[in-house]
Design a protein around this ligand. Structure first.
Ligand code: SF4
Length: 667
């Protein structure tokens, strides 16, 4: 008898898991149709490759199936490769957004799928599985199935049908997942972690057609409110969580529908606080936002994208800068915490457009994350960039996209569609984003900050405690850093995912204001003064600290004076923004007239490089006060110190030696 069971693989990221909502619905559909399956959830297995091999060794499967976003394509390629090696006759099936957005080459040649499912798998997977069981290879006429015709090699994409949400009343099959783990570990942009939330959908798809986006399944279809409330009641009864999060792309298209939901939810006997992503063109007035608040909504997020009407129109965003201002003012009037996101580098963006965006954010005091435009396959900007010859190599573009302007080599990875040259853009955009970040950093500094640093044999543990600047709630943040490389983590935390769990305003941890560094403020002033005397500053700092320095101007630095960057180890990075990253051998001849050092050993390792060549070392300016450096130096982990000694003696790190030894043994 042939195999009838599916092996489903959830491509979650351990330690940073995202709720697999789509997959939970698909599993519910399989259960309902009596289609057996096994599940490997990457969030909960130690070694997924071993788990996959063990599953394929112990059972015969009708197909191996997975699904997700285009950004996961490397994982799908690896999954397909491993599954193919273990079980060459078992077809590999892919679903999720990637099948809609990815072109035929990505799906069939790069990843190597045998079949792909378009749209909501509930409408097509059961019939497709029946076809597979019957030994079918030709899927002409099967809704939503993509396959390659045997005879011609042509890829056929059958149109997909949308799910009728009025008739389809299935609950996501959460019982197949370790929900306690997801509840504890999941975190959300602009909300932070520790929310202990559970997801729910008010509908599927989105009414928008933004040029940079490709909504999951097309236009918005809402669920019947009674059905949604019923599911919420079920979740509250069955699972131990604190908040509900609406994880669909948009909540409701109009304020009237939002009010209908609020009225129904407020009538529930047991409720949980909730948060949600809304569209600004839904026209949520202060009255509606108050109603949401009274119904338990604790925060709303919205896509701002730009402060320029021209760019908003080019994006097809269906909002104006004035509507954005009105929305955030309404939130303030209603006492509703709010936040958003904006894009830099959009198609046709001018210097003036970019400044307007940052002005709007600062003038309205909006909490927002920034993203560098990425032309993803499946979007209007991708098609335009491809047509204009801006994407010469589609595979390289796919491998190399970068949505953080401060990331290594963002300059060469950015597909520039703006009205500025790449040089002009990289002159202006970091300056403007930094203007906003520095505004947030200065405004939302945690009060009464205390900093506790401890080292074990390998890691430095950093504990920050204080009070939220906005609401005074106690805040606490703990993380592990390698050696003494922790300053930058604070900056990344500030701008990425550290928010007050009470008012959801950003938390800026300025360690120079911590009680443990009484001389911190005066030291920063001294550093600023000292740096103003030089013209070619070489920044010597680990990656995280570089990122922090480029993002936030906490030293009142003139960034035009940065001559280059040295990362304390040779990394495969060409530049940060427009600044060259120098290798160890390039520092001495670089012509730098000052070294700005972020290390704990008083720039000793850099001085030694000059001494080795008998050259005079330029003046060293230390980012941290001496007493603080000494106290950190006494606590840095043994492994970090051993590594430093090793580097001094042999010129390479312990890890490099181990890697080389491993390579030799493996040869
Ligand atoms: S960006 Fe948001 S509003 Fe625009 S199409 Fe995508 S999901 Fe919809």
């Amino acid at each position: 008898m042939g195999a009838s069971k599916l092996l489903i693989v959830n491509p979650s990221c351990p330690g940073w898991p995202e709720w697999p909502v789509g997959m939970a619905y698909v599993l519910a559909c399989l259960e309902q149709r009596g289609i057996p399956f096994d599940l490997i959830d990457l969030a909960r297995v130690e070694n997924w490759e071993k788990s996959l091999a063990a599953a394929l060794d112990s059972d015969r499967y009708l197909a191996v199936a997975s699904g997700g976003l285009i950004g996961d394509y490397r994982f799908f390629r690896r999954l397909r490769e491993l599954a193919g090696k273990k079980s060459p006759d078992t077809p590999f099936v892919l679903g999720g957004n990637i099948t809609k957005d990815g072109n035929d080459r990505l799906l069939f040649d790069i990843i190597g799928v045998d079949y792909a499912i378009l749209g909501e798998a509930e409408t097509s997977l059961p019939a497709f599985v029946e076809g597979l069981r019957a030994g079918r290879e030709d899927f002409h006429g099967y809704d939503g199935v993509i396959f390659r015709e045997k005879a011609t090699g042509q890829v056929v994409r059958n149109k997909f049908k949308r799910l009728d949400l009025k008739r389809h009343k299935v609950r996501p099959a959460w019982h197949h997942f370790d929900c306690d783990y997801f509840i504890t570990m999941s975190s959300f942009p602009f909300m932070g972690g520790g929310l202990r939330s559970m997801p729910v959908l008010s509908g599927r798809g989105c009414v928008g057609k933004c040029g940079f986006c490709s909504p999951s399944i097309g236009g918005f279809r809402k669920r019947e409110i009674a059905d949604l409330i019923d599911e919420i009641r079920f979740l509250i009864r069955e699972y131990d969580f604190d908040k509900l999060c609406f994880l669909n792309e948009m909540f409701y298209p109009t304020a009237r529908e939002v009010r209908e939901f609020c009225a129904a939810y407020a009538a529930l006997e047991t409720r949980k606080p909730w948060f949600v992503q809304v569209r600004i063109d839904a026209g949520l007035d202060a009255e509606t936002l108050v109603m949401m608040k009274e119904a338990g909504c604790i925060a709303v997020s919205a896509g701002i994208e730009s402060g320029s009407d021209d760019v908003l129109a080019a994006m097809n965003k269906k909002t104006t800068a004035e509507q954005i201002r009105t929305f955030f003012r309404n939130c303030k009037a209603a006492g509703m915490p709010s936040n958003g996101t904006f894009i830099i580098g959009y198609d046709g963006e001018t210097a003036e457009d970019l400044r307007k965006t940052i002005d709007l954010l600062i003038e309205e005091d909006i909490s927002s994350g920034d993203a560098l435009l990425v032309a993803y396959q499946g979007t209007k900007v991708y098609r335009k960039a491809l047509g204009a010859g801006l994407i010469e190599d589609e595979d390289k573009h796919l491998d190399d996209f970068c949505c953080d302007i401060f990331a290594p080599d963002a300059y060469s990875r950015f597909c520039n569609m703006t009205a500025m040259s790449t040089d002009e853009f990289f002159d202006l955009a970091p300056k403007e984003v930094r203007r906003y970040n520095t505004y947030v950093f200065d405004k939302y500094k945690v009060r009464d900050l205390s900093l506790t640093i401890d080292g074990n044999w390998r890691w430095t543990s950093v504990l920050l405690e204080g009070k939220c600047r906005e609401c005074g709630a106690p805040v606490r943040e703990r993380f592990l850093a390698y050696g003494a490389e922790f300053l930058g983590l604070l900056g990344i935390g500030m701008s990425r995912n550290t928010f007050c769990g009470h008012c959801f305003k950003p938390l800026a941890f300025d360690i120079f204001e911590a009680g443990e560094m009484p001389e911190g403020r005066a030291h920063v002033r001294e550093v600023s003064k000292a740096l103003a005397r030089y013209r070619r500053i070489l920044v010597c700092a680990p990656t995280n600290d570089v990122n922090f320095l480029l993002r936030i101007n906490f030293l009142s630095l003139d960034y035009e004076l940065i001559h280059g960057i040295y990362l304390y180890r040779d990394e495969p990075v060409g530049r940060y923004l427009k600044y060259p990253v120098l290798k160890e051998g390039e520092i001495v001849g670089s012509g730098a007239d000052c070294l700005l050092c972020f290390d704990v050993d008083a720039g000793a390792s850099v001085r030694r490089l000059y001494a080795r060549l008998g050259r005079e070392c330029p003046p060293v300016v230390h980012a941290h006060p001496e007493a603080f450096r000494r106290s950190v130096a006494a606590k840095v982990p043994h492994a970090y110190r051993i590594n430093q000694v090793f580097k001094r003696l042999f010129g390479v790190s312990v890890r490099t030696v181990l890697d080389r030894a491993r390579a030799l043994v493996g040869r």
